[in-house]
Design a protein around this ligand. Structure first.
Ligand code: AMP
Length: 421
């Protein structure tokens, strides 16, 4: 099935062709018809499924007719990166329509945004806090808003934005179309969905559908060998676009420094950076100048680099949902990708939960010719891995890592749990 079934106007079809979209993705197939009909929609889909175009295309079609120079569509998103991403999608898909989209978020001067909000855009993509500021200052005229999208609503909830979102809802016209997209539906969000959606159509793509093209692997390792193992995985991947996740901002910074010291172009992307540095990291990664981006979950929200070939979890996630979300960054649309996770003995319980969620056992791998016996830096133990370099090979046969809890059996910790009884 091609995009012609939706009867989009020629200018919108030109935008679709410009993006080389041949077939609608499952979420687009399901969501576009009801959005075109003006129905409210609850979309359960994560990044990587094509959900942005699923709402952007029918919104562009709707706005093609009617007044210009007033704000008619508002998209609320949790992070600046995602807001920029969505704005860029609207701009690309709508480039032949004459409709204009602007993004509004904190961390940058509000003056230019205020200027842009006055008669210069029909579509506004905004983060909640800065949008409320503009509403308070009378820069954002809400009375013409016909369509509202709440994107990545679960993330807005996690980040504590629901009170702000409720304030925004209260300022918008009651007669409007509302679309709510979320990867998950915690109870608190169900309440919000109930309040703001009228007789919605629910559309859903299963998490695993987006992951079908990704091959997953776990790399058991002791904590002090994570960096050497990461460097070796990067070396062997031979790829130009690798996204590495760490659990903290500090670790993102430190790991990016190590990757850089080992000779790859690398940057960190985490919440402590200024907006300019975040933008430079994202732009560098997108353009291919930065090969390895090391990010925290929140900072990486909305990263859309279609050529990402590898996601490497330096640290495992805290929840299975976050794992699925991270992995959704690779294997996008029709592409394939690899998802590696470095795991220590402490991660055993979380691995089990993730495997249950995916409905399959993830393959455990050991790297040939990697010195799993190397001691910690400065330990005086025999081993080839220093603190800031990796990729060194031990001449002897590789041996899997032994974590402290490996037990007297000598069985590697990641096999222990698969005993028959
Ligand atoms: P999203 O889930 O909106 O972040 O989109 C994920 C990626 O898929 C983006 O790079 C989109 O440009 C791309 N994409 C969206 N729809 C399609 C489609 N129908 N065919 C191919 N790629 C698509």
């Amino acid at each position: 099935m091609g995009f012609s079934v939706f009867n989009f106007s020629p200018s919108i079809m030109a935008g679709v062709r410009g993006q080389n979209y041949a077939q609608p993705t499952p979420i687009q197939e399901q969501a576009i018809p009801p959005v075109l009909e003006g129905r409210d929609v609850l979309g359960l889909a994560q990044t990587g499924t094509g959900k942005t175009a699923a709402f952007a295309l029918p919104i562009l079609q709707r706005l093609s007719a009617g007044p210009r120079g007033v704000i008619r569509a508002l998209v609320v998103a949790p992070t600046r990166e995602l807001a920029e991403q969505i704005r860029a999608n609207f701009a690309a898909l709508g480039q032949h329509t004459g409709l204009r989209a602007i993004a509004v978020y904190g961390g940058v001067s509000a003056g230019a945004q205020a200027h842009g909000l006055k008669g210069r855009a029909e579509i506004v993509v905004a983060c909640p806090g800065r949008l409320l500021d503009h509403m308070g200052q009378g820069n954002f005229i809400a009375k013409n808003v016909e369509v509202l999208v709440l994107d990545e609503a679960d993330q807005m909830f996690d980040m504590g934005f629901l009170p702000d979102v409720r304030k925004i809802l209260a300022r918008l016209p009651a007669t409007r179309q509302t679309l709510l997209f979320s990867a998950t539906m915690p109870d608190a969000l169900r309440g919000l969905a109930h309040e703001c959606l009228k007789n919605p159509v629910t559309v859903q793509v299963k998490h695993t559908e987006a992951l079908a093209t990704v091959s997953h692997a776990l790399y058991p390792v002791v904590e002090h060998l994570k960096t050497p193992l990461l460097l070796e995985l990067i070396r062997r991947a031979g790829s130009e676009s690798i996204l590495v996740f760490t659990k903290t901002k500090h670790r993102a910074k430190r790991v990016a420094e190590k990757v850089k010291a080992a000779g790859w172009s690398s940057a960190d992307l985490q919440g402590n950076l200024s907006q300019n540095r975040r933008k430079a990291a994202m732009d560098g990664f997108r353009s291919g100048n930065i090969h390895v981006l090391v990010a925290t979950d929140i900072a990486a929200r909305g990263i859309d680099v279609s050529q990402i070939t590898h996601v490497i979890n330096y640290d495992i996630t805290d929840t299975p949902e976050a794992y699925v979300h991270r992995i959704g960054r690779t294997g996008r649309a029709a592409k394939t990708g690899d998802a590696y996770t470095l795991v220590t003995a402490n991660d055993d319980a979380m691995i089990r939960v993730i495997e249950r969620k995916l409905g399959k056992i993830i393959e455990r791998r050991t790297l040939d010719n990697f010195d799993y016996r190397a001691g910690p830096p400065n330990s005086g133990q025999k081993g080839s891995h220093g603190p800031s370099h990796g990729g060194a090979h031990a001449p002897s046969a590789p041996r899997p890592p032994h974590a402290g809890g490996g037990g007297a059996s000598g069985r590697p910790f990641w096999r222990k749990r698969r005993r028959p009884h």
